[in-house]
Design a protein around this ligand. Structure first.
Ligand code: HEM
Ligand code: HEM
Length: 177
């Protein structure tokens, strides 16, 4: 028989990821309230880099754990809905991996004197500000798309729970059923 719920570890990572993603967005948006060059603005950026780095490690761990422990089947629904849900999950994983990598590369190519999870960003390659700027733009554009994909995903989960009244959300709830 297939599993009925995600494992406690995968549930914890799922909801932990939600909190970290919110913190990543808020930390980089809040920097705008402070003048360029101020310590507080730099601190918000630094926090953003660390949270993003953590998200990358957590997502790699999640994909390994998911492979080892397995996940429950999707609830029975029309084929197109299953395909959309799968597509959205893949897009979420892609963003969780691409965003931090693009962010780190931005800092590396900008030659920024900062660290991400203790790793120095300066001195890996010759600084190339134009390329760093392009990477940053891609990071920001994907970041915007990421927000909409999360919104679509969360809305879908809530429609399943409150409208279709199926077990989609229950599989991810700590209390289960
Ligand atoms: C899933 C993780 C991440 C998300 C969702 C995310 C999201 C964002 C967003 C939305 C922006 C644009 C903010 C704006 O223009 O108002 C941004 C900017 C930026 N992010 Fe990330 N990011 C993530 C991870 C990272 C990581 C790991 C790094 C680097 C280690 C990073 C470095 C940057 C940089 C350098 C900027 C431009 C900041 C500035 O110049 O003021 N990001 N990020
Ligand atoms: C209020 C916000 C959210 C709700 C209500 C929610 C709900 C759910 C539910 C019910 C599932 C299980 C779907 C199924 O197996 O059929 C799920 C899976 C998933 N969620 Fe969320 N989620 C939310 C936010 C997020 C965020 C912020 C991310 C990532 C940035 C995310 C990434 C994923 C991924 C990748 C899966 C697929 C898990 C797998 O099978 O590998 N979710 N979500």
């Amino acid at each position: 028989m297939s599993k009925q719920h995600y494992s406690t570890t995968l549930k914890a990572i799922h909801w932990g990821t939600l909190l970290l993603v919110i913190a990543a967005f808020l930390s980089i948006e809040f920097r705008e309230f402070y003048e360029k060059g101020t310590e507080t603005r730099e601190l918000f950026k630094f926090v953003h880099f660390q949270i993003g780095g953590l998200l990358l490690l957590l997502t790699i761990a999640r994909l390994v754990i998911r492979k080892v422990q397995g996940v429950p089947d999707m609830v029975s629904m029309p084929k197109w809905q299953t395909a959309v849900a799968h597509g959205v999950h893949i897009a979420l994983y892609a963003c969780l991996i691409a965003m931090p990598i693009l962010g780190v590369l931005t800092l590396v190519f900008a030659g920024k004197d900062t660290t991400v999870l203790g790793m120095e960003m300066q001195g890996w390659v010759a600084a190339n500000k134009d390329f760093a700027h392009d990477l940053e733009e891609i990071h920001e554009s994907i970041g915007e798309a990421f927000m909409w994909i999360i919104f679509l995903h969360a809305a879908g989960a809530l429609v399943h729970h409150f409208v279709q009244k199926d077990d989609t959300l229950v599989k991810m709830k700590f209390s289960g059923r």
